[in-house]
Design a binder for this molecule. Sequence first.
Ligand code: NAP
Length: 299
Amino acid sequence: MAATIIDGKAVAARVRERVAAEVSDLVESAGVTPGLATVLVGDDPASALYVQRKGEACEQAGIASFHHELAADVPEPELAELLRTLGDDEAVNGILLQLPVPDHIDDDAMTDLIDPLKDVDGLHPQNAGLLVHGRKGLVPCTPAGVMELLDSAGVELEGAEAVVIGRSRLVGKPLASLLQAADATVTHCHSRTRDLAAVCREADVIVAAAGRPRLVTAEMVGEGATVIDVGTNRTDDGLVGDVDFEAVRERAGALTPVPGGVGPMTIAMLLSNTVEAARLQLERARAAPGPRPAQPVRR
Ligand code: NAP
């Protein structure tokens, strides 16, 4: 029987509605309008388009957006200064440095400068560490979106055999931690995995995040398994995922398409993270010693 197709656009639309309601609540209850600052270095058209979409999505959810564009040859100290300024700006609850940045900029050093409570990409080592420790922090958007998709499809993760293909800090690593936290038994694969097909065949859940077109074939998928395709690969056939969609849909129980699966979730979870960041900063402000304002500060 053909797999159920998990509709990422529909799930993302529900997340965005939920976020818009949470924004209204925050404005009402605390006088805080969450704000997201995006920083784009250089003029890569794909990155510029992503950033533009993020700004539009913010507006729709009632989140304030602040966009900063720097020239491709901006000196690193100038970018560092901007990130520090945004860290101090109370109107900014989330900071997103669009990656990749030009080669002369050390992206790790720049990520380290972002206030962990404003790190809506979840890439700061503090947030990465909190995730591994199973503690509250900001989680990278794409893996968080994958977890929402699994939840929306009613996939039982407790005790499930889950295989993650890919170990990047942006997708694979955080995803493995999230699946483990959801009580799945996780096998983490990468380019040196000896027999990827054999590992995948045992899985109840496969998440492919390798950036290799059609890496996951039907022969690698057990009957009825759930397959989440994070890959976005531009090929001569257009945009394709890491999963051989047409063949795998005949074996899998549930499957995400590309496009229309994980992609729409990433921006939805960015909005969700911005609201979560605003809440975390509010908690920090309330916990800070010293006089507290009698009334919430309106802005
Ligand atoms: P990445 O940093 O290039 O990491 C790719 C990972 O896949 C690496 O860990 C690599 O292993 C592993 N890998 C490569 N070839 C493999 C193979 N043949 N077998 C098993 N593992 C293999 O990529 P990324 O940033 O995680 O992104 C992965 C994919 O997701 C890309 O297509 C990207 O465009 C897409 N993506 C989509 C979204 C979205 O919103 N839909 C968001 C982020 C990323 P090694 O570590 O051994 O090199």
